[in-house]
Structure formats: structure tokens, C-alpha cells
Design a protein around this ligand. Structure first.
Ligand code: ADP
Length: 471
């Protein structure tokens, strides 16, 4: 079975969040189960693409306002466990980062048009095209209704919603940029008087998945597309993400100061914690609570500074708090100010730092995730693998993967509301747990033994692909 994944991100070539991790791991695990899975993504002007060798496997052209030439490149000697292809469109899709440019809509229309054009030339088509998030959401529509891609009309498509809050709105004025299509199907692109790439994907794909079962149901109440998700529920399925345990393994992780397994976790963590606390001028004698992630409201980042301030005052400096993240300028400024107010008790690294994230999972006692929405969340899964107790809001994938330590079989800390009060209450509980050394030390190896690898999820995806007929 041949599966082509189409995505804006794929670790290690480009990653902004969890989707990059997923697309960088799932194909490898599908291949381990006998499938032929590969990835196509945009070519970005970043370190990965400029330092690796690629061969050109296809050169094409398409018309989008002007005529654009493009190449599809394949990574030579791939050690990723799958073939990685990149679409290079000079002058349009070559920026260093995946997103954040004024012409993002044009860039991703171009990417999808180029991918469809390339696929159109394949001698034998793949059995499934698996699209990820709204940047690839127009492809199922293109296959079904664009004149030029007639041959792809019956190509089975799976679409995964990694984050339904980002929907790829495109003003109808840009309709002329899309490959020519039969306008009686215009309604498939439309939502609230604009083109909505996510809506088009859900309407046109053969099946869609969400990255956790709880998130599938939460999308029924999504403010804009809730009705659509309810109407199309029959073709939806929640499949929980896995983690790549070749990359995320405290026994082999080269980015840790001290590597450890279930037996040596207490000692390994102590060394990593002392190192991290030394680097960030924090005390290693207190519970180390970290936050890693995008500094946006979705992640509850706006609640961090007040919660940390309040708990530091309440406990007379009873915690060491550390944040690794980047995002909204307001949030970044608020955290820098907090560091100035609480030196020695709170510190932050504002920016993206993959190596530091590994070290923090290895060093922290607790990982805080006060998310307002969390489609799956990988951080808590990494935390479990590294013996770090997750403190999470009961939402989405967090609800599906963390059991409160007060409940049977529990190991983490859960709270209901994304509020400073609830976070502070959870931090008090964390402090009590930290004081019970024997209990804490029993929980760590217990959590590390859970199997959250991709094996099970890859099996679920294969089962889904097989339902698409002809395979
Ligand atoms: P999302 O995709 O919504 O951002 P996930 O929990 O699914 O959230 O995935 C986040 C991924 O990005 C994790 O691998 C996490 O470690 C990583 N990450 C987020 N922010 C940073 C950062 N500033 N530095 C390093 N890694 C980060």
C-alpha cells in the first residue's frame, strides 16, 4: 500500500509544533508495518534544506496569476525511515519559515497546485493521499473537481485535523488563483462568504481523523465549523498521536546531560535538574515546574505569569518555574517582566530551542499545560516518557492521556478550568506530592513504562486506509 503524506511541516526538515513531529514519525512506523509511506512538503530556505542533498525528480509549471516553474526534489540517502520530497517554487515558496507571511494563502495554493500537478504524472497513483491541516485542505477538492486533475478524481484522501482553530480562510477575490474547476461545485469551498480550506477538506475528503478521540467530539462545538463537523461525523475518527521513541527516549537521548531508564530515573533527573537550574539561576532544591510551548491563548500562556507570581508569594519561593516558548509579543514581554520581578524563582527562554526542550523534559519534576484547547498534545506524552509529572487541564488529548493521581491507576494532576485559581490549586497539590518522596519516586518509573509509541496509532491508520476500497 502506497501512502503519500502532504504537509507543511515534517520533522526534522521543518517543525513549528506537534504536526511536524507527527508527519516526521508516522510514515516511518507505517513503513515498519510493510507500507510504502512518503512525504511531500514545501522546500524552505532553512538549515535542513540548505545543508542536505536533493535530486530533482520532477520539473513542472503551473499558472497562478503568472506562470511558475517548480521542482519536486527528493532527499538523497534519506535516514528518516521514509522518502522525503520537497516542492521548490522559486520566488513564491522559499521563505525560511513555514508560516507567517502576508502571502501565505498564495503560497499554499501554489504548493497544493504543484503537488497535484506532480501526482498527475505518476505512472501508478498512490493508494491514499493523506493531507494534514488546512495548508493541504484544498487538495481533496482539486482532485475531485479541477479540470486539469481529472485523472485524480477517484484518488482516496484522508485528512487529519491537527488544529481546527486554524482554518485557512481565503477571500473569494483569490478564487482565480485556484486551478480551473467546475463552478457548480463552488459551494464545497465556501464557508461564511469566503473560501475556508479546512471546511473544503472536511466536505471533500473521503475520511478525516482528529489527533485524539476527545478532540473529535470537541470539534462538534467549534465556534465556526461545529455544524460541519457534526454533519460529517460519520466519516470522522479520533486516532491518538504517538511519539517517536527513537527520538524521545531518555535512555538514548544525546541532548540530555544524564541519560536514564526506569531504574536510574531519580539520579538521572537530579543531574539534569541541577544542570538546568544552574544554567537558569534557579534552585534545584525546589520542585521544578516547566512550561514548553507556543505562547498563545490556546495554550493558556496568558495564565502563567499570574499563577507563578501568586504561588511564589504564597509559598515564599517554594518553586522553581521555567518557561520555554515563543509567541505573542505581549506574552513574551509579560514573562520577561516576571523574571525581573522574581529572579531566582522564575526564568524563561523566549524562542524555539529543540535541544533545550529535551533537556527540560529530562530535568523537570512537573510539566504544566493549562491549555484552553489541546487537539492531542505531545508534550505530556514526552513528559511521561521522561518521568515528568504532567499537570494538565482536562481537555482534548490531555483528557485522553492523563489520569489524576487521586484516581485509580492515576499518575498526573488534572484540573478543569483554564484559570489562575485552578492552576494554583494544582500547583499546591504538586507541592504536596513533591514532599512525598517515596510516592513521587514510584510514579516516575510507572509513567515511563507506558507505551505511547506510534505502533498502535500506525496500525489504526492502516486499518483506516484499508476501508477506502481497492486496497
Ligand atoms: P502544538 O502543535 O499545538 O504546538 P503539541 O503539544 O502537539 O502542540 O506539540 C508541540 C511540540 O513543539 C512539542 O514537540 C514541543 O516540545 C515543541 N515545542 C513547542 N514550543 C517549543 C519551543 N519554544 N522550543 C522547543 N520546542 C518547542
Amino acid at each position: 500500500m502506497t501512502i503519500l503524506h502532504v504537509s507543511a511541516e515534517c520533522y526534522p526538515a521543518a517543525k513549528v509544533g506537534g504536526m511536524g513531529d507527527v508527519v516526521g514519525a508516522l510514515p516511518k512506523y507505517l513503513n515498519a508495518r510493510g507500507a510504502t509511506a512518503m512525504v511531500v512538503m514545501p522546500w524552505y530556505q532553512n538549515e535542513f534544506f540548505t545543508t542536505h542533498s536533493f535530486e530533482t525528480v520532477y520539473s513542472g509549471r503551473f499558472r497562478m496569476h503568472a506562470t511558475h516553474s517548480y521542482q519536486v526534489l527528493r532527499l538523497q540517502n534519506s535516514k528518516l525511515g521514509f522518502d522525503l520530497h520537497a516542492v521548490r517554487i522559486p520566488g513564491l515558496l522559499e521563505q525560511p519559515d513555514p508560516y507567517g507571511y502576508d502571502n501565505d494563502a498564495d503560497r499554499f495554493i501554489a504548493f497544493q497546485t504543484a503537488v497535484a500537478g506532480w501526482l498527475n504524472t505518476w505512472k501508478t497513483l498512490p493508494d491514499v493521499v493523506h493531507c494534514h491541516d488546512h495548508h493541504t485542505g484544498l487538495l481533496p477538492f482539486f482532485f475531485a473537481h479541477a479540470f486539469a486533475f481529472n485523472r485524480l478524481m477517484h484518488l482516496p484522501t484522508v485528512f487529519t485535523v491537527h488544529n481546527g482553530s486554524y482554518q485557512g480562510w481565503i477571500n473569494w477575490e483569490k478564487d482565480y488563483l485556484l486551478p480551473a474547476y467546475d463552478h457548480q461545485h463552488r459551494g464545497l469551498l465556501e464557508w461564511s462568504h469566503a473560501i475556508n480550506s479546512l471546511a473544503a477538506a472536511i466536505k471533500c475528503c473521503w475520511r478525516f481523523t482528529t489527533v485524539s478521540p476527545s478532540y473529535l467530539e470537541e470539534l462538534w462545538n467549534e465556534p465556526v465549523l461545529g455544524k460541519l463537523f457534526r454533519d460529517e461525523a460519520a466519516k470522522g475518527q479520533g486516532i491518538l498521536n504517538g511519539i517517536d521513541d527513537e527520538v524521545w527516549n531518555p535512555q538514548t537521548d544525546p541532548l540530555l546531560k544524564a541519560r536514564y531508564d526506569e531504574e536510574s530515573v531519580a539520579e538521572g533527573k537530579r543531574i539534569n535538574k541541577e544542570y538546568v537550574c544552574g544554567q537558569f539561576q534557579l534552585s534545584a532544591d525546589k520542585p521544578l515546574v516547566v512550561f514548553i510551548g507556543r505562547l498563545v491563548a490556546e495554550k493558556g500562556a496568558d495564565l502563567l505569569a499570574d499563577s507563578f507570581y501568586r504561588m511564589t508569594r504564597e509559598t515564599d519561593g517554594g518553586f522553581s518555574f521555567l518557561v520555554l516558548g515563543s509567541g505573542l509579543p505581549d506574552q513574551e514581554r509579560g514573562l520577561r517582566e516576571l523574571h525581573a520581578a522574581l529572579p531566582g524563582q522564575f526564568n524563561c527562554y523566549i524562542g524555539y530551542n529543540e535541544a533545550l526542550s529535551h533537556l527540560l523534559y529530562g530535568a523537570a519534576d512537573f510539566l504544566l499545560m493549562p491549555s484552553r484547547t489541546e487537539p492531542c498534545g505531545l508534550n505530556q506524552l514526552y513528559a511521561l516518557r521522561y518521568g515528568t509529572i504532567p499537570i494538565v487541564r482536562s481537555v482534548g488529548g490531555l483528557k485522553d492521556t492523563v489520569i489524576d493521581f487521586g484516581d485509580p491507576g492515576g499518575f498526573g494532576i488534572r484540573f478543569e478550568q483554564p484559570s489562575v485559581d485552578d492552576i494554583c490549586h494544582s500547583l499546591r497539590r504538586a507541592r504536596q506530592l513533591y514532599a512525598q518522596t517515596a510516592r513521587l519516586e514510584a510514579l516516575r518509573p510507572y509513567m515511563m513504562k507506558f507505551d505511547h509509541s506510534w505502533n498502535e496509532a500506525a496500525g489504526n491508520y492502516l486499518a483506516l486506509y484499508r476501508t477506502l476500497g481497492g486496497i
